[in-house]
Design a protein around this ligand. Sequence first.
Ligand code: DAH
Length: 356
Amino acid sequence: MTEDPDILRKECQAALAAAADLKSWDAVRVSWLGKSGRLTGLLKQLGGMPPDLRRQRGVELNRLRDDLTHAVTARGEALENQALDARLRAESVDISMPVPQRGRGLVHPVSQAVEEITALFAAMGFSVAEGPDIETDWHNFSALNTPAHHPARTDQDTFYLPPVEGNETARVLRTQTSGVQIRTMLSQKPPIRIIAPGRTYRADHDATHSPMFHQCEGLVIDRDITLGHLKGCLTGFLRAFFNNPDLPVRFRASYFPFTEPSMEVDIGWSRRTGEIGAGEDWLEVLGSGMVQPRVLANCGLDPREWQGFAFGMGIERLAMLKNGIPDLRSFYESDVRWLTHFGSNPLMPALLHEGL
Ligand code: DAH
């Protein structure tokens, strides 16, 4: 049997090339590199050699071992890829097969509420804007007149993301959709009329709080926007959304860093029966206000020329009230019985002329 490394190398390479599947490849691997493989046998002989010869032979054999290990691994990977390709080809799906009749899919109440809200604001001339779930601290807080150490920041149990190397920008999972106001004012010229539905995140979890939930932001900027526009717009929206033209709506003074004056918006309901629009009690449904001049200036708009209003609402909250859903957590449990009960027909989209 030859001991010339070049011949051995060629011999092993030929055997690998001839191995057409993983099983024969493995046999080649074992016969060369295995415990009683040929190369292993040669390496074992080193021990019995005189030092000079051993050193020279050792160098040769180590190089041979590196080459063979590399060749064996490369061939194995190539064969594995071949096998995967073959399997994928064999697994092609026959899309002409009839679908098993398991009932039709339904629209989740959160998606349904987003569609309804969008349809209503679209009818008032709003378009939909979007922003990223991973937001900069600046868009989520600072530009909204909420600088570091502002007490309002602590109300919002923020998830901070670890810093990225070489990038000083602090990032958060957005705690509110309000940052989309900033992105819109920076990228569009007024007049602006947008809503921004989307996911938001806070480190909070109980029957009425989820670490991930949905909000819808709204922003109107023009030269002569007043509190009257804000009240008319939101009252009209709430009455249409809850399908009640007489729904009592109340604007109550409040505080948000990015609006001045700020107002919380309540609708009438009965605490006793849970009925919306009846009874003596009030239920808070959204936050709103006139855009703070500093927020406009942060976006390069001159507050003497432009003004407007903004609002933000919790989508799950609205969907719970409208559909009588008692527990927020049920939204995310993917319980088919719940979805079947509260889901909507996908073939009946939210269309205003049919009522919502
Ligand atoms: N971002 C506020 C929150 O998460 C909600 C809000 C209040 C948004 C007032 C607004 C607004 O745009 O004007 O609690």
